[in-house]
Write a protein that binds this ligand. Sequence first.
Ligand code: SF4
Length: 357
Amino acid sequence: MHNFEEKVIGIPRAMSFYSNYPFYFGFFNSLGIKIVLSDVTTKQTMSEGAALVVTETCLPIKVYVGHILNLLQKGIKNIFVPSLQSIDNKIYNCSKIRGLPDLIRNVIKEPFNMIEATLDKSEKNQGLYEFLAECVKPFGITDKALIKNASKAGWRCYNNFHIMSKSGMPYSKALSYALQGKVVISDSSKEYPISVALVGHGYNIYDERVCMKIIDKLEKMDVKVCTSLQLSSEQLDEGILALGHEKYWANEDEMTGTAGHYLKDSKIDGVITITAFGCGPDSLMIERITRKAKQYNKPLLNLTIDEQTGEAGFVTRIEAFVDMLFRKKRAVILNKLNISDREEEFSPNTDIIETRA
Ligand code: SF4
């Protein structure tokens, strides 16, 4: 099946979409390739994807399969399914991400053109330019200078997105401005009494259906949410080292790098991790994060998600954690002020006390 005359590429709104889409957008658009995205994740996306893979498969892969089905339902026949093997020498992705094209080929029986470029800097010494050349070869684009120029457009969009994210702008807003070619610096001066680091892969924390809008929920509870997107690559590298080891997994920045940085940050009151049930790399990383959180005496909440996770239980755990953080902070402040916490003797306006902290 070849229909590359029409320069259209379908991109699943899942997995690497959450870290790389600004780049993909700038790159493909600059070469005149129209992008069609799958729709946002719904319950149906999850259940249709889950129905095609074995139960033990992690949720993000089930979601990914659901997004491929959604693109096929839209009539898209050229679908981008990259194999991101390793992003640097001896820094690997998990086997499911590495083998994504094979996995999709085995579970989706409907015919389509899979654009399965490989990024493998460890074994094949196949870096970004080889990867990008593979992405557009099916469309008949082979001019190296053209591809290099398109990659510059990709980086521009990607960097704009990161500049805005670092300024504290929410993920979806920063993405929207970056895709419009704008850079808008967030001037949010709202003060929050409590700050929490949210640690998880982009596909777990920015897919609003998968994480049940955890960021919105925390902000409504008056909690400031800090993620990997506010950190520089140097801070993330230091974070990984702070947990006592060297980078091995490609998406470690989002987990150990972020946790290692925020665990040391006295302005962060607690850490919440989100991991998918059955994720091998995350279970190793969470172990290290948990040990270090004890050393730093930093409250930690580990949340594991799968397609069965119910919103009510999820919210209850977050509320209980946030409530504990508020109480802890209040106790610390009262202690500093040498004020007894017995309510019958002194009933403070907690809002004011916590804001001053
Ligand atoms: S890193 Fe974990 S959650 Fe992500 S694809 Fe691999 S197993 Fe699944």
